[in-house]
Design a protein around this ligand. Structure first.
Ligand code: HEC
Length: 123
């Protein structure tokens, strides 16, 4: 029995550390870390996310609570900009109002793969 749990731990560690960006894993991270404030199709504390990949920052339809800083940032949500935003929103857009970050680069890559896949499905 102990042997089996060591094997499983090793397996999980490897896939988290070395896996390519994975939208399915990203969906799980999204559900755990983002849905307190965001959903795909409805504005909440944060703006709705469907179609966010490739969109101009601060332009989700009907979302009225953007910080002035994000609205005038002129950023487009490319992979690189999403990565910088999720790593440290305040460093990318001083004065923004999203109070969390995702310090783990692998989790960021997975969430970005998830958001990118959504944009494709819709357009
Ligand atoms: C505590 C609430 C909260 C959580 C949790 C949160 N966000 Fe946000 N998010 C916001 C708010 C508020 C904004 C608007 C920020 C602004 O206007 O400065 C925002 C904005 C964004 C934007 C910019 C959208 C646009 O239309 O320009 C992206 C992308 C984003 N969040 C992704 C995420 C992801 C991915 C997660 C999970 C890892 C997450 N957020 C977790 C509150 C949150």
């Amino acid at each position: 029995m102990p042997r089996r749990s060591i094997f499983l731990t090793g397996l999980l560690t490897c896939s988290a550390a070395f896996g390519a960006p994975d939208a399915t894993r990203g969906q799980a991270v999204y559900q755990a870390r983002c849905t307190a404030c965001h959903s795909l199709d409805f504005n909440g504390v944060g703006p709705a996310h469907r179609g966010v990949f490739g969109r101009l920052a601060g332009t989700a339809k009907g979302f009225t609570n953007y910080s002035p800083a994000l609205k005038r940032s002129g950023l487009t949500w490319t992979e690189a900009n999403l990565d910088r935003w999720l790593a440290d929103p305040e460093a990318l857009v001083p004065g923004q109002s999203m109070g969390i970050s995702l310090p783990d680069a692998g989790e960021r890559a997975d969430v970005i793969a998830f958001l990118r896949g959504l944009a494709k499905a819709k357009e």
